[in-house]
Write a protein that binds this ligand. Structure first.
Ligand SMILES: *[C@@H]1O[C@H](CO)[C@@H](O)[C@H](O)[C@H]1NC(C)=O
Ligand SMILES: *[C@@H]1O[C@H](CO)[C@@H](O)[C@H](O)[C@H]1NC(C)=O
Ligand SMILES: *[C@@H]1O[C@H](CO)[C@@H](O)[C@H](O)[C@H]1NC(C)=O
Ligand SMILES: *[C@@H]1O[C@H](CO)[C@@H](O)[C@H](O)[C@H]1NC(C)=O
Ligand SMILES: *[C@@H]1O[C@H](CO)[C@@H](O)[C@H](O)[C@H]1NC(C)=O
Ligand SMILES: *[C@@H]1O[C@H](CO)[C@@H](O)[C@H](O)[C@H]1NC(C)=O
Ligand SMILES: *[C@@H]1O[C@H](CO)[C@@H](O)[C@H](O)[C@H]1NC(C)=O
Length: 339
């Protein structure tokens, strides 16, 4: 062989290698799958245009182990991930050697959005919406609604906080929210996620729908004192009497009844109605008055007297009145003895 001949052979060999390298095609399915954590995915690598023996090799882009199980049958190789986790989120390469070598890649992406959010009441006057086990947190958005109206600022990401494997958002309800449906809506905005798995929400009624309380009540000493507080069925009721030395709990029924009003029943009463999410308070004042005073009797007796009676008649009425008063005073004295 002369020099020219050697060069020619080398060139042919190089060309052979070159053409052999491009003689087969590698297909990898599916391309860029998006799967929920714990789901499975099977990657299928097929080869076309190879007449020689085929060798498959699976790896990640960094040539580390894939973590899947591979099975090869002639021109097909499958790589199965039975339960996906965040660790499987990587680029997988299928390399095929058929004379030369060729490869195809696909990127596995995972997400996690397994449960509905939960609204709870915290710090007495705040609502918290929490969503657990979400991934990747940056793709999630939390929004608050009153009925159909959005009440949280969409751009205020400071109100949503990423916590361990989840996120939460705080909403401070206003008076306007009372008794209304409050919804927390969590949206996952990630390409490739099935439409029906991108939104989850929860709705609660913020506090009772209504509360009505007795009007200012005036009773006479010894009379029956009855206060009433009405609300919707789902709410619980708590009556307290407010005082300088603190509130005293009195009952949990709609009606608060004292058979005989006492002086110390005078004061301000509060009815608090609550649901799991919120509460309303309403107050009413009670005044306890002395027993019927003599003045109304005097008026009752005198007014008709002036209009239709003689002075003499009026005098007679006055005597009658004084007798009545005496009787009243006796009654009071007897009452006092009896109690
Ligand atoms: C990889 O495989 C996909 C799906 O079979 C195919 O559409 C694509 O052309 C392939 N890419 C390369 C670089 O061969
Ligand atoms: C995945 O499965 C494990 C075991 O069944 C379970 O504990 C975990 O909550 C699941 N994770 C998600 C995000 O569904
Ligand atoms: C290999 O694939 C062929 C055709 O797809 C099938 O008939 C055969 O059973 C497979 N063999 C194995 C070991 O899976
Ligand atoms: C709140 O939502 C429930 C169902 O989720 C509905 O029945 C009710 O009418 C709603 N209440 C208001 C005030 O919109
Ligand atoms: C309170 O008073 C108003 C009118 O003054 C009356 O319409 C309403 O029924 C009263 N409420 C109760 C609970 O007595
Ligand atoms: C009011 O005073 C009476 C005694 O006069 C007492 O028995 C009762 O407990 C007092 N009630 C309240 C609410 O303080
Ligand atoms: C009850 O009376 C007190 C003292 O007069 C007053 O400050 C308060 O506003 C009244 N409460 C109601 C519900 O009318």
């Amino acid at each position: 062989m002369n020099e020219k001949h050697i060069v020619f052979v080398l060139c042919m060999a190089a060309l052979n290698l070159f053409t052999a390298k491009h003689a087969h095609e590698v297909y990898l399915h599916p391309q860029n799958p998006v799967k929920h954590i714990n789901e499975s995915v099977e990657l299928i690598c097929t080869v076309a245009g190879c007449s020689q023996e085929i060798k498959f090799m699976w790896s990640t882009l960094l040539d580390s182990s894939t973590g899947g199980q591979s099975k090869t049958n002639q021109t097909i190789s499958r790589l199965l991930f039975k339960t996906l986790s965040i660790e499987h989120e990587k680029i997988i390469v299928c390399k095929v050697i058929c004379g030369g070598h060729k490869e195809n890649k696909t990127k596995i992406r995972v997400y996690s959005f397994p449960t509905n959010p939960v609204i709870s009441r915290i710090h007495e006057l705040q609502l918290q919406c929490a969503i657990h086990n979400v991934y990747p947190p940056s793709k999630f958005k939390i929004q608050w609604f009153r009925g159909d109206t959005q009440i949280s600022d969409e751009y205020d990401t400071s109100s949503s906080e990423v916590v361990a494997q989840g996120m939460h958002s705080i909403y401070k309800p206003t008076d306007e929210d009372r008794g209304k449906n409050i919804t927390c809506k969590v949206t996952l905005n990630m390409e490739g996620v099935p439409e029906d798995r991108t939104v989850r929400s929860v709705t609660v009624q913020y506090g009772p729908a209504f509360i009505t309380i007795s009007n200012h009540t005036t009773v006479r000493l010894g009379e029956r004192l009855e206060l009433r507080c009405d609300t919707d069925r789902e709410s619980s009721i708590m009556w307290t009497k407010l005082g300088k030395s603190g509130a005293v709990a009195l009952g949990k029924d709609k009606e608060l009844v004292f058979e005989h009003a006492d002086w110390n029943h005078t004061g301000e009463y509060e009815c608090e109605v609550s649901t799991a999410m919120g509460s309303w308070r309403s107050k009413v004042n009670v005044t306890v008055q002395d027993r019927p005073s003599v003045v109304p009797h005097l008026q009752n007796a005198i007014i008709p007297a002036v209009s239709c009676m003689t002075l003499l008649g009026a005098a007679a009425a006055l005597i009658l009145f004084l007798r009545n008063m005496k009787k009243n005073l006796q009654d009071i004295a007897i009452d006092a003895l009896n109690t």
